[in-house]
Design a binder for this molecule. Structure first.
Ligand SMILES: Cc1cc2nc3c(=O)[nH]c(=O)nc-3n(C[C@H](O)[C@H](O)[C@H](O)COP(=O)(O)O)c2cc1C
Length: 107
C-alpha cells in the first residue's frame, strides 16, 4: 500500500474497478478504499480531481450496491468529480468501450 500511496500523490484521476460479488464491490476493492482514509484525510492531494468506476457482473441490473459504495462512501468523502460508472454484464460490449473512450477523450 505504501507504493500505492506514492502513485496517489501524483495522480489526477483514480479509476476503481471491480467485479460485482454478492451485490456489491469485491472485498479486495473495499479493503483498498478503506486504506484511502488515512492517505487522503483530511484532504485529497491537490492533484487528485476526478474518479470513475468500472464494473463487471453476471446480472445487468446488479449495480446498486456498488453505486452506493462509489457515490456515498467514496465520492462523497473525497469530493472528486464523478466521471461516471461503466458497467458490463457478460461479454465486453463495444458500446461501453465507446462510452469509456468518449469519457477519456474529454479529460
Ligand atoms: C463470489 C462471487 C459472487 C458473485 N456475485 C454476483 C452478484 O451478486 N451479482 C452478479 O451479477 N454477478 C455476481 N458474480 C459474477 C461476477 O460479477 C462475474 O463473474 C465477474 O464480473 C466476471 O465476469 P465473467 O465471469 O464474465 O468474467 C459473482 C461472482 C463470484 C465469483
Amino acid at each position: 500500500m505504501q507504493e500505492v500511496y506514492g502513485y496517489l500523490r501524483d495522480a489526477n484521476m483514480l479509476i476503481l474497478a471491480s467485479p460485482i460479488y454478492y451485490h456489491g464491490i469485491s472485498g479486495q476493492l473495499k479493503c483498498t478504499i478503506d486504506r484511502f482514509y488515512s492517505a487522503l484525510y483530511p484532504a485529497a492531494p491537490m492533484s487528485l480531481a476526478k474518479t470513475a468506476m468500472f464494473l463487471s457482473s453476471g446480472d445487468p441490473e446488479m449495480y446498486e450496491g456498488a453505486k452506493f459504495s462509489f457515490e456515498g462512501d467514496f465520492l462523497g468523502y473525497l469530493g472528486l468529480e464523478n466521471k461516471g460508472m461503466y458497467t458490463c454484464a457478460g461479454d465486453v460490449k463495444e458500446s461501453v468501450l465507446e462510452e469509456i473512450r468518449t469519457m477519456a477523450a474529454g479529460l
